[in-house]
Design a protein around this ligand. Structure first.
Ligand code: ADP
Ligand code: MG
Length: 699
């Protein structure tokens, strides 16, 4: 028998060429298998049959069993409709059709037993159901009634009468074909028994045609289990293979540079979290394996210092280190910070960005090759082919999601042996998501802020309270502070974006005639942008009006207020990132979320969360729940495109952790994939890897 994945959907009974092309274009369904795995998005209970006497005005969908007493057409022209007077012995209602009149009268007869399904409308004494679903009430149908599946369809499909109902019928045809075939089990008997899982064939039937909610739950559980299990097994296996393939440099010395810095140059004691994270990295660095670690830490948690100390370990072991930031201004800030930290030490740090050219650049490139430059800090410029090191041992990447997978991979080519990699991000990723997205990265978390920080006070204000807001801003500016005012990017239209910002800018200029005001947006030339940022940094301007270009990393400790206009247009993580621009100095800082009056429930919830907490992880979890993983910032570029069909990372986090444990144990017990009892699992993993070209994992 041909594999289900190779059988053209066109040849399923009820499909044919026209529907096949629609299914492919609209839902990407090409084979029998694709259809089988097209799961319903909801179910409606049809296990119960109601009586007409029971109907009241606020029932959702109901099902009745009875006969049409007579059909009658009413009205003329566009108002023409077909009415079937339907009775089950307890009363009479009207079934009404506005379309497909001929089809209905051709198909259904008076005085035959039917099951009628639909939403009743009660108007006075009359009850109608418009466009009901009708099935013949033979015993086979009645005894198999359960939950009715609903499949999502597109407008185009609906126009061609390829409705949820039609898909349900196709699914029934498909299962008729499958009756004579075996659906190959994808989990081993041991797993099925140990975790009380429904066999695959049963689960697939039950997910489309569940008899009752309990059976549905079991089917869903089985399919989610399998899906998450294989995602995890894939990631873990990939990591294992990579580790075998690539050995890492061994940094087993903690020597003079690190120790001198630690005992003589460290301006403040490390926080407990910083110490723990440095320990975690040290153990990676001397393990003989290549380090591949994601360092998560909220804005201001002191990641730069941790990165620096890790780089010093590389230096102590005779290697160079390099640090990349997504923008020139960030790279420059890192460069200056690190130079300041290392003042008086014999460590040569250089900055390389696109704007460093000519002689200066030549010197840096030459000294990198001789090993005279110890630490290189820069933008994308450092991964250009012309940049070569004498012995690059560690790469630190700040704000990871701005760097694509391909760019990161380029770094590896700079050495015979890949350098250790430390990726830093201030966008907290919930653990569950990190496990699927960055499954091959080890994760360290700085979950503690340096002492003495005043948490940013966050307020929500409606935009008609602007006068009092401006009074507050004026007072802050008079005290010497600076203010950010951020406008949202309106994705649909760049022109609108700029207009929005320009209007805002003019308005602010009028409202603050005594202040100097900067303006920065994404369409400016990098050099101009840079210059405006620098002016603000030097306190030559007091107000910075900007789009979200200032989101990442910029450090202006004297800025104490972040005003976010149209805050309803921002996601939670983005709001949190923006808020992180203030609260970097000793003074109390504020974040003001400005919105109009009309807010959706979700927006209200987002604003509440922002006002309540400063904890990035809490916010990330909430964000995941509110928006779903696909929308999370940073996940699009993350490198793994898992197309989850049934599991939901936001809702199934617990199951995800559970199956990860199971996958880990399996790999531990059978590292060479050779035990016969796991044969099913390894075979299936291999097949999935072949099918899913998308499963490229970041490295
Ligand atoms: P982020 O994690 O957002 O990159 P930074 O590394 O920029 O944070 O650190 C924020 C500020 O906190 C910097 O001014 C840094 O010097 C300071 N800092 C870092 N670690 C400590 C510490 N242990 N104690 C006090 N201040 C610290
Ligand atoms: Mg930083």
């Amino acid at each position: 028998m041909m594999e289900l994945s190779e059988r053209d959907i066109q040849f399923l009974q009820g499909v044919g060429p026209q529907r096949a092309s629609l299914l492919e274009k609209e839902l990407n369904i090409r084979s029998f298998k694709d259809l089988l795995y097209y799961f319903p998005y909801k179910y409606v209970d049809r296990s119960r049959i109601y009586t007409i006497a029971e109907i009241d005005g606020n029932m959702p969908y109901i099902q009745l069993r009875g006969q049409v007493l007579s059909f009658e057409t009413q009205g003329e022209g566009a108002k023409r409709r077909l009415v079937g007077h339907f009775s089950d012995g307890t009363g009479v209602i009207d079934l009404v059709w506005f379309q497909g009149l001929k089809f209905v009268t051709g198909r259904y007869k008076a005085h035959e037993d039917y099951l009628v399904f639909g939403k009743p409308t009660v108007f006075g004494q009359r009850v109608t159901i418009v466009h009901p679903d009708i099935d013949r009430a033979d015993e086979a149908v009645c005894s198999s009634l359960g939950l009715r599946p609903y499949y999502s369809t597109t407008e185009r499909m609906k126009r061609h009468i390829l409705t949820s109902n039609a898909i349900e019928k196709l699914m029934a045809n498909l299962f008729r074909v499958l009756q004579n075939e075996t659906i190959e089990e994808t989990l081993s008997p041991a797993l099925l028994t140990a975790h009380h899982l429904m066999p695959l064939a049963d689960a697939l039937f039950a997910i489309h045609f569940p008899k009752n909610p309990d059976q549905l739950r079991k089917a869903q559980y089985r399919l989610k289990f399998e899906e998450l299990f294989y995602v995890q097994l894939h990631i873990l296996r990939y990591t294992q293979e990579r580790r075998l393939k690539y050995r890492g440099f061994v940094f087993n010395r903690i020597g003079e540079v690190f120790n001198t810095f630690y005992s003589q140059h460290l301006p403040f004691p490390l926080t407990g979290a910083q110490k723990r994270v440095i320990r975690e990295m040290r153990s990676d660095l001397c393990s003989g394996r290549q380090m591949n670690r994601l360092l998560q830490g909220d804005v201001g948690s002191g990641k730069t210092l941790v990165a620096l100390m890790t780089m010093l370990i590389a230096l102590d072991n005779g290697f160079q280190a390099c640090m990349m930031a997504p923008t020139e201004i960030l790279a420059t800030q890192h460069y200056e910070t690190i130079r300041r930290f290392l003042e008086g030490m014999e460590v040569r740090v250089e900055l390389l960005t696109g704007s460093i050219k000519g002689k200066r650049r030549e010197t840096i490139l030459r000294d990198l090759l001789t090993g005279d430059v110890h630490i290189l800090i820069g933008t994308h410029a450092v991964i250009e082919d012309t940049v070569n090191f004498s012995s690059l041992g560690l790469v630190v990447i700040d704000e990871q999601h701005r760097f694509g997978v391909a760019q990161r991979a380029k770094l590896w080519a700079k050495n015979a042996c890949p350098p250790h990699v430390l990726v830093m991000t201030a966008t907290p990723i919930p653990r569950t998501l990190a496990m699927t997205l960055y499954g091959d990265l080890d994760v360290s978390v700085i979950d503690e802020l340096p002492p003495g920080r005043k948490p940013v006070k966050t307020m929500h204000q409606f935009d008609n309270r602007r006068p009092s807001l401006y009074a507050f801003l004026r007072a802050q500016i008079q005290e010497g502070r600076q203010v950010y005012i951020v406008y949202p990017l309106i994705q649909e239209s760049e022109k609108m974006d700029i207009k929005n910002l320009e209007d805002g800018y003019l308005h602010i200029c009028e409202a603050f005639p005594d202040c100097r005001i900067s303006k920065v947006h994404g369409k400016m030339k990098p050099a101009e942008k840079e210059e405006e940022m620098q002016r603000f940094l030097r306190n030559e301007t007091q107000i910075m009006v900007a789009t979200t270009v200032i989101e990442v990393g910029v450090n202006v400790p004297n800025a104490s207020v972040m005003v976010i206009e149209n805050a309803e247009r921002f996601g939670l993580s983005q709001l949190h990132q923006l808020r992180g621009r203030v609260g970097r100095g000793a003074d109390q800082s504020y974040c003001v979320l400005v919105t109009g009056y009309k807010l959706t429930e979700d927006t209200r919830r987002r604003l509440e969360i922002m006002v309540q907490t400063n904890d990035g992880f809490e916010i990330a979890e909430a964000d995941l729940k509110l928006r779903g993983p696909g929308d999370l910032e940073g996940t699009q570029q993350s490198g793994i495109a898992f197309d989850l069909k049934i599991a939901d990372i936001a809702l199934d986090g617990q199951l995800l952790q559970y199956v990860r444990g199971i996958a880990e144990r399996l790999l531990d017990e059978d590292p060479n994939a050779e035990r016969p009892e796991n044969a099913v699992v390894w075979k299936h993993l291999l097949e999935m890897r072949k099918e899913q070209v998308n499963w490229s994992v970041i490295s």
